[in-house]
Design a protein around this ligand. Structure first.
Ligand code: F6P
Length: 360
């Protein structure tokens, strides 16, 4: 058994379960007698001479399974950004690639495990094509990567939405109000759909099913007429009306971010129905906090599989969860492919069958 040294990094937005992956990588690498070097702040940690790194040890991974965030730090900006707003792809500069290559040679890494979403996998693919021994681990709380049936972090986000709805139901009922709960989901409405079903929402609005304000208002009025005290509406940040675009706001940095659909709904619903309406934007609450047991297990399985792929030198692959098995797929097949909610899928049918409106 030869001693190897592998690198690992977490990139893009954080989510619960990243530390479980890191622990899974460390523990299974330790079993093989391998060393694991973590790069700080995603790919950026590869740029300084010798790398900005921390060695993963028994001590610093001992109690991270149950914690959210990432002990390595992360960023969705910087020199390795390969995906910009609107989904456009960018090529990483030669200079950046050669600095990262020098670091990896200095550290004598035999594999680099990159944990991240679609943009980060696109970066991993570019590095792989430039000769780096890359292995990918998919991460997105939005659960919108086609190449894997599930990603860790998603279940924790759904649990957060469910818990929020449980709390909001009681206050909404006491005041006979409508509550608009805006959740994450840029291109895909999985969090809104699953969280909405689990939290007994009355209306769920997702990017895949453009809504009509008239239909939403009619539905609210019908509920009032039927004697329901309150109405719970869950909307994904990327949802849009049948006539409109996604709602975006420009930050002071000039960057465009999704947001505003919830506020628009509050104003329109109040104006159309006279029903007192309030908004709750869950935002980054969904990305923080402890991972659920499901995410801890999935994260551990992904970490262990990534080390196995490193051992088998299956570079250019990404771990993927399919039919209760963690296997590998080429990173090239995984990027650029979004998994969106099919409007006629069984989950949507189930929601409709229990009286949930999609505003269509
Ligand atoms: O991709 C996950 C996600 O949480 C989106 O749903 C959200 O729009 C975005 O990240 C927010 O990212 P940040 O605020 O960290 O830039």
């Amino acid at each position: 058994m030869s001693t190897k040294r592998i690198g690992v990094l977490t990139s893009g937005g954080d989510c619960p379960g990243l530390n479980a992956v890191l622990r899974g990588i460390f523990c299974s690498a330790e079993e093989l007698g391998w060393e694991v070097i973590g790069f700080r702040d995603g790919y950026e940690g590869m740029l300084p001479e010798g790398g900005d790194t921390m060695t993963l040890t028994r001590e610093n991974t001992a109690s991270i399974m149950q914690t959210g965030g990432t002990i390595l730090g992360t960023t969705n900006k910087g020199h390795f950004t390969s995906k910009v707003a609107g989904g456009d792809r960018m090529t990483i500069s030669e200079e950046v690639i050669s600095r990262a290559s020098r670091t990896c040679q200095e550290l004598n890494l035999s594999a680099i495990i990159a944990i991240g979403g679609d943009g980060s996998m696109n970066t991993a693919l570019q590095l792989y094509r430039a000769g780096f021994p890359m292995i990918g681990v998919p991460k997105t709380i939005d659960n919108d990567l086609e190449a894997t049936a599930m990603t860790f972090g998603f279940d924790s986000a759904v649990a957060c939405v469910t818990d929020a709805l449980d709390r909001l139901h009681t206050t909404a009922a006491s005041h006979k109000r409508l509550l608009v709960v805006q959740v994450m989901g840029r291109h895909a409405g999985w969090i809104a759909l699953m969280g909405g079903i689990a939290g007994a929402a009355d209306i769920i609005l997702i990017p895949e099913i453009p809504f009509s304000l008239e239909r939403v208002a009619e539905f609210v009025q019908r509920r009032d007429a039927a004697g329901h005290k309150s109405t719970m509406l869950v909307v994904a940040e990327g949802a849009r009306s049948q006539h409109g675009q996604q709602f975006r706001k420009q930050a002071s940095s000039g960057e465009w971010r999704l947001g505003g659909v919830g506020e628009m709904l509050v104003n329109e619903i109040e104006a159309r129905t006279g029903k007192e309406t309030r908004i709750c934007v869950l935002g980054h609450l969904q990305r923080g906090g402890d991972p659920t047991s499901l995410d801890r297990i999935l994260g551990t399985r992904f970490g262990v599989k990534a080390v196995q792929l490193a051992r088998e030198e299956k570079f250019g692959t990404m771990v993927s969860y399919q039919n209760d098995t963690v296997l590998e797929v080429p990173i090239a097949d995984a990027v650029h492919r979004l998994k969106r909610v099919p409007p006629d899928c069984q989950l949507v049918e189930t929601a409709r069958a229990v009286g949930i409106s999609f505003g269509d």
